[in-house]
Design a protein around this ligand. Structure first.
Ligand code: HEC
Ligand code: HEC
Length: 217
């Protein structure tokens, strides 16, 4: 209403181009948002929906979830090697678990979940194409971890206390993240946020390290 000339007259060439550009941008954003709405599944979901068909019962000779002996020697091969095998298939194990919609990250998460349910201590990998978690490390820490880690309640390593964190980081990032997942002493499992994914927890830990200027291994 303010700019009568512009709204009433036919759109100029410049305006037409501008509208096209804006429409294209909006479409791009919509596509991105749509892809964001179907984040990659967690290991648990992948196993419940796909791998469990055989691995829950041990059908066809699949290593059964929970069978520590069956999984221990596979765990020793490491995630990269197991993922290669799962992608290619082996004997009665179909390539991709016979579901080609699964991304490599989802396969890795499925394997990690089965290994962990069978006595392993792995951390679910973060998605490269579709970073998980609406929540960033900073948001998680502000929402929860800071209640203890802000001041160092009950011996919690305090955010900003470089020395306190360095002695933890020495163990390696995965070990520390796993320990935060399980909880120990006055540290509740997942810091008391049961719905945090492994990846979200990892970003929260990294955030606290970085705020304390501690080097990450
Ligand atoms: C149709 C049945 C079936 C489905 C579905 C299935 N698996 Fe398997 N899987 C098997 C069998 C059988 C084996 C044992 C193969 C062998 O060693 O002979 C196996 C073995 C494996 C191994 C061990 C490979 C090794 O090197 O020893 C991994 C890892 C694995 N499966 C991952 C998965 C994942 C991840 C999924 C889901 C995405 C999945 N499987 C779905 C049947 C299945
Ligand atoms: C109720 C208090 C409390 C909350 C909430 C809490 N922590 Fe902790 N945290 C602790 C305490 C206490 C320790 C030290 C435990 C020990 O070493 O015995 C600790 C230790 C840790 C460690 C070091 C583990 C290790 O092996 O050295 C990490 C990492 C950690 N917390 C991450 C988190 C994250 C991430 C959150 C938020 C999601 C969180 N914590 C929330 C109390 C808490």
């Amino acid at each position: 209403m303010k700019d009568k000339a512009r709204t009433e007259g036919p759109p100029s060439m410049m305006e037409t181009v501008l509208i096209a550009v804006i429409a294209a941008c909006a479409m791009f954003i919509t596509v991105r948002e749509a892809s964001g709405q179907t984040p990659e599944r967690s290991g648990k979901q992948v196993v419940e929906q796909v791998c469990g068909t055989c691995h829950a019962s041990g059908a066809r000779g699949a290593p059964k979830i929970g069978d520590k002996r069956a999984w221990a020697k596979r765990e020793a091969e490491g995630l990269t090697a197991l993922t290669q095998t799962a992608l290619k298939g082996i004997r009665q194990m179909p390539p991709h678990g016979a579901n080609f919609k699964l991304t490599d990250t989802e396969i890795k998460r499925g394997i990690t979940y089965m290994v962990n349910e069978s006595g392993g201590h792995w951390v679910e990998p973060i998605s490269k194409t579709n970073p998980p978690g609406a929540r960033t490390g900073e948001q998680i820490v502000a929402a929860r971890c800071v209640t203890c880690h802000g001041k160092g309640v009950n011996g919690a390593p305090r955010i900003g206390d470089r020395d306190a964190w360095i002695s933890r980081v020495k163990q390696g990032l995965d070990v520390v993240v796993r320990s935060a997942i399980n909880g120990h002493g006055a540290m509740p499992p997942r810091g008391g946020m049961a719905d945090l994914t492994d990846a979200e927890l990892r970003s929260a830990v990294i955030y606290m390290f970085s705020k304390s200027n501690a080097p990450i291994k």
